[in-house]
Design a protein around this ligand. Structure first.
Ligand SMILES: NC(=O)C1=CN([C@@H]2O[C@H](COP(=O)(O)OP(=O)(O)OC[C@H]3O[C@@H](n4cnc5c(N)ncnc54)[C@H](OP(=O)(O)O)[C@@H]3O)[C@@H](O)[C@H]2O)C=CC1
Ligand SMILES: O=C(O)C1=N[C@H](C(=O)O)C[C@H](O)C1
Length: 238
């Protein structure tokens, strides 16, 4: 498969290594220095583009992929308030977009466990729920995209919580997400249910970026040749 990489940072480089190991060809690499390459024949020849950049540029990168009719798989976080515009492009104009706030298989299992636990805990109001996420000091957004997906999973199930908030609960119906930035941590997410009697927690701790990158390449293999707005539920069927 011919892959274009958009963003050649920590994730772009890890994805390149895994894509090559899986027998794919990298036909174009676009970073801040060469945005004109979206118009190149090499970019347009790609079966799929994999985009991991920064929140401020993600949406405009997707639009450039759509103009070139190259399906895009993205993991960039911190831009999700614009998601409806992307969905509309897919639904009305037949473009292809695959998105996950976290591509690792382990985190997607964790999402399912989080939902299941939240459904049980809905019946036990003596437990208050909160979350912590820990990432490297270079991360631009907080809370992490993964933490937002986890929070959405809890809010769907736990009737006593109405919205997530960064850091401090203002009222009992708030679900607090504490964001920690330290060293070079690839990503830790922990959900805590706390009562007077005890404390139940579930935690995912990424050992490196390899799991995220492998998931993104597998998603790209799945996306090439497909149409529409896609996500991990289409890929894993859970
Ligand atoms: N969904 C998932 O599974 C995961 C998502 N992420 C998310 O992916 C994103 C990238 O993460 P990571 O690789 O660690 O970050 P990095 O900062 O290491 O890489 C981002 C890269 O994008 C480049 N860039 C900036 N602007 C543009 C532009 N206009 N066009 C093309 N490239 C551009 C940067 O260049 P320069 O440095 O020169 O500015 C940099 O090389 C983040 O939003 C992060 O949260 C990360 C891991 C997993
Ligand atoms: O910026 C990162 O590094 C990560 N970002 C994603 C997020 O915001 O959830 C996924 C992973 O946690 C690493």
């Amino acid at each position: 498969m011919k892959i274009a990489l958009i963003g050649y940072g920590k994730m772009g480089k890890t994805i390149e290594k895994i894509a090559l190991e899986r027998g794919h060809e990298i036909v174009s690499v676009i970073d801040v220095s060469n945005p004109e390459d979206f118009n190149s024949a090499a970019f347009k020849s790609a079966d799929v583009a994999i985009e991991f950049t920064v929140p401020s540029t993600a949406l405009s990168n997707y639009m450039k992929c759509f103009e070139a009719n190259v399906p895009v798989v993205s993991g960039t976080t911190g831009w999700l308030d614009r998601m409806d515009e992307v969905k509309e492009k897919c639904e009305k104009e037949g473009k292809t977009f695959f998105y996950a706030s976290n591509y690792s298989i382990g985190v997607n299992i964790f999402f399912a466990v989080n939902s299941y636990l939240a459904r049980i805990m809905n019946n036990f109001p003596s437990y208050n729920v909160r979350m912590t996420e820990t990432h490297h000091i270079h991360k631009l957004d907080a809370p992490s995209g993964t933490a937002i997906t986890l929070a959405e999973g809890i809010l769907e199930q736990v009737d006593r919580k109405e919205r997530w908030v960064l850091e401090t609960e203002e009222k009992p119906t708030d679900l607090a997400i504490h964001a920690i930035r330290e060293g070079e941590v690839p990503g830790i997410h922990e959900i805590i249910y706390d009562s007077e009697a005890d404390y139940i927690s579930i935690k995912h701790d990424a050992k490196s970026r390899a799991g995220f990158a492998l998931g993104a390449v597998v998603a790209a293999e799945f996306t090439a040749g497909k149409m529409g707005f896609l996500g991990m539920k289409d890929l894993f069927k859970f």
